[in-house]
Design a binder for this molecule. Structure first.
Ligand SMILES: [Zn+2]
Ligand SMILES: [Zn+2]
Length: 258
């Protein structure tokens, strides 16, 4: 089976209910395969041995080989009267609502094995498992990088310049406050430790980070007054990039391309 999860569901883990078409225990005979509690009798073919002995002629003379009894398939006993609902198999085609727990931190392509929730075993035998293939829903707020989650923060120009305390979303669907330092450059990254995704049990430990990548919005439409304001800024040396900033942007790009 396939399950499609949102990033929030991946972050917290989730229980999903599915209607599963599968072999279920025959309710008429309760899985015994016998009609009206008729029970079993010793297999007439193998007399309870579960095997039949064949004598074959070979170049070396007569030889005996043992094979599984074709009547009882090795069980040694057969049902007296086969259940009319399941023809003696103890299972019928059916449907069942199955609850599946998906642990937090799973990723696209992982398979969650749900023991004992698959097809019912013939004649009260062991149930099979359900294998659930995980698919991730695309997310338009966050980018997943294994256990880390990247959020692109678009700051307005005054906030990037003057600094502020702002709220950003988390993958759990809540909000968290972060401090924007005055003079924050676009491309700066802030790392919120432990606000990423947990490791799936047995596949690692700890939690990833929420990595905030800062972008700055440059206005595209301005009123007459605003335009005059920006014209005034253009004249000031404080609005021109300094050598230190140029160098740090260069270093960042160098690291990015290496
Ligand atoms: Zn039955
Ligand atoms: Zn037999």
């Amino acid at each position: 089976m396939k399950v499609r999860l949102s990033l929030q569901e991946v972050a917290t883990g989730v229980t999903k209910k599915f209607k599963v078409k599968k072999d279920v225990t025959c309710s008429h005979c309760h899985g015994s395969g016998a009609e009206g509690g008729s029970g079993t009798e010793t297999c007439p073919t193998c007399h309870g041995q579960g095997v039949v002995v064949k004598t074959v002629r070979t170049m070396l003379g007569m030889m005996q080989t043992q094979t599984e009894c074709p009547t009882c398939h090795g069980e040694g006993s057969v049902i007296k009267n086969k259940c009319h609902e399941c023809s003696g198999s103890g299972i019928v085609k059916g449907e069942e609502v199955v609850e599946i727990n998906i642990p937090a931190g799973v990723a696209e392509g992982m398979v969650v094995n749900v023991q004992g929730k698959g097809n019912a075993g013939p004649r009260q035998g062991t149930n099979g498992n359900i294998q659930v293939l995980v698919e991730e829903e695309p997310n338009d707020t966050f980018i997943r990088d294994e256990q880390d989650v990247i959020y692109n923060l678009l700051l307005d120009f005054p906030t990037a310049t003057l600094g502020d305390e702002i709220e950003i979303p988390t993958i759990e669907g809540t909000k968290v406050k972060i401090k924007i330092e005055p003079g924050t450059q676009p491309g700066k990254t802030l790392r919120l430790r432990g606000k990423g995704l947990p490791a799936v049990q047995g596949y690692g430990t700890g939690k990833g980070d929420l990595v905030v990548n800062v972008s700055v919005y440059i206005p595209t439409t301005l009123s007459k007054d605003e335009k005059a304001m920006v014209e005034k800024m253009r004249g000031s040396d404080n609005f021109k990039g300094d050598a230190e900033t140029k160098k740090s942007i260069f270093e960042r790009f160098k690291n990015y391309f290496n």
